[in-house]
Design a protein around this ligand. Structure first.
Ligand SMILES: Cc1cc2nc3c(=O)[nH]c(=O)nc-3n(C[C@H](O)[C@H](O)[C@H](O)COP(=O)(O)OP(=O)(O)OC[C@H]3O[C@@H](n4cnc5c(N)ncnc54)[C@H](O)[C@@H]3O)c2cc1C
Length: 446
């Protein structure tokens, strides 16, 4: 330890600070290919007090702090910057309160997303936002990225389930935002501002979250298509018909083949896309709207449904088996989904790049995953060119650069295309109010 980290260790209970580079390195990166910087140390916070002490020390010594949940992010948000302290919240795992009567939970940031959902289910409730990573991501990371997921087509994203937050500010002050009521409009919406702020405005140390009634009977449709565009058109038809699916997920052939090679799902050679749709109640109407499908199956048992959705949740890990991945996260108005899919296919062909696409299709949120050689330290020029084309296509279609993963470091080079100078100036002004010394996750998100 040097003088700085010794001072930090002295401000915290024993065992909270790690400085051995062999150990701290494993807290420095996330799930992107982006090379992390070298941290001074890692704090394993176990309480709000630990976070307060860390931020006071960081303010006094002007040391950057990178908040971290589980490090499953796909935008470089949790990657260490040189000379920072990584502040891990993963040990703060208490569910402080779960109130079936008020349908809320008060939780610490290190709670794994699916653990909260399981705790809610014991009371006939659920925690709706369910990123595919929900067995490995934390609530703190979900809040900081405003994570989406499969059920978001019906229940909204993380912000829609967030009522209030406890936040430690850059100088160590503690702020409570929001409330535990379903409604409330006193003052500016600071809760909404912190959700999706990617660790740049404050460290979330607790959250009051909204729970929902767990659905009863659900039925699930799996439809196979010989064209990806036909599958995207079926999505638009299902949405336009007002079917209100609780999940509407799309996978392309490259993704399905990667899953098939890994898990042997019996993929038909002619299948180029699969749609998985779930409804609370009968799904016959959704099945009928998959008219162009080569095969449609409707399952009503929870086991069959879980199996189908399990296939979808394997998609990212299956693609990681093909090589390194640059994961995009564009989101377009739902009516533009077929055109977005076409533009992705054109970009892949034009630049001769392997793109495997999955989509939270009911939200218009598309993840084209650009696969490149594992031996490379960064994506080749053709991948960047294809990615650039896809981002510009999304904006051209009235969409956004990122539906749920955040800007992090990965998408900063495209940020100006979407935000423009006035928004950028206001973003910098907000950052200045909350973090005047620019020590919280510097260089990320804005
Ligand atoms: C297989 C796989 C599937 C995925 N599927 C989805 C999906 O369907 N939907 C989706 O939205 N994402 C998905 N992701 C991305 C990722 O899981 C989410 O972004 C998740 O919200 C990150 O949570 P985390 O705990 O890993 O956060 P981290 O990666 O550790 O951090 C993410 C960001 O949050 C900040 N942060 C973390 N904790 C706090 C805190 N307490 N206070 C302030 N800032 C904090 C970090 O600084 C960073 O900017 C997937 C990732 C993988 C690997």
């Amino acid at each position: 330890m040097n003088d700085l980290t010794s001072a930090l260790a002295a401000a915290l209970p024993d065992g909270r600070v790690l400085t051995d580079p062999d150990v701290t390195g494993s807290y420095a990166g996330d799930r992107t290919f982006l090379p992390p910087g070298t941290p001074l140390g890692v704090v394993l916070a176990e309480s709000r007090g630990d976070v307060v002490a860390t931020m006071r020390w960081a303010t006094e010594h002007r040391v950057p702090v990178v908040p971290r949940g589980a490090g499953t992010g796909l935008a470089g948000g949790a990657t260490a910057v040189d000379g920072c302290v990584v502040l891990s919240l993963a040990r703060m795992t208490a569910i402080r309160e779960l109130s079936p009567q008020d349908e809320i939970a008060v939780v610490e940031p290190g709670v794994v997303t699916a653990d909260l959902d399981r705790a809610a289910r014991e009371h006939g409730l659920m925690y709706a936002p369910d990123p595919s990573s929900y067995e490995i991501s934390t609530i703190g990371g979900n809040l900081a990225t405003n994570a989406g997921g499969l059920r978001c087509v019906k229940y909204g994203v993380t912000r829609d389930s967030t009522l209030g937050l406890e936040v430690v500010l850059a100088d160590g002050r503690v702020l409570d935002t929001g409330r535990r009521t379903m409604k409330g409009v006193t003052g500016y919406d600071l809760t909404g501002l912190f959700v999706g702020s990617e660790g740049t405005l404050g460290v979330i140390t607790a959250a009051t979250l909204r729970l929902r009634r767990a659905p009863g009977e659900v039925s699930t449709v799996a439809a196979e298509f010989t064209s990806l565009r036909d599958a995207a058109a079926a999505v638009s038809a299902i949405v336009a018909a007002g079917c209100q699916p609780s999940m509407l997920e799309l996978m392309d052939r490259t993704t399905l083949r990667a899953i098939d090679e890994w898990k042997n799902i019996g993929l038909e050679p002619t299948t180029r896309a699969m749609l998985i749709a779930q409804a609370e109640g009968p799904a016959d109407r959704m099945a009928a709207l998959c008219g162009a499908a080569s095969f449609v199956a409707v399952s009503s048992t929870p086991e069959e449904a879980a199996e189908l959705i399990g296939i979808r949740r394997l998609a990212y890990q299956a693609k990681e088996r093909l090589g390194q991945c640059l994961v995009e996260d564009v989101c377009v108005p739902r009516s533009a989904l077929p055109e977005m899919i076409t533009r992705i296919e054109e970009a892949a062909a034009r630049h001769d790049v392997l793109i495997a696409t999955v989509a939270h299709a009911g939200d218009g949120n598309v993840h084209p995953v650009f696969v490149f050689d594992r031996g490379l330290t960064e994506p080749p020029a053709a991948v960047w060119a294809a990615a650039d084309e896809v981002f510009r296509a999304a904006l051209d279609l009235g969409g956004t650069l990122t539906g749920e993963h955040g800007v992090g470091l990965l998408k900063k080079r495209w940020l100006d295309l979407e935000t423009g100078p006035v928004t950028a100036e206001l973003h910098r002004g907000i950052k200045q109010v909350f973090d005047p010394l620019n020590i919280l996750n510097p260089g990320k998100a804005i």
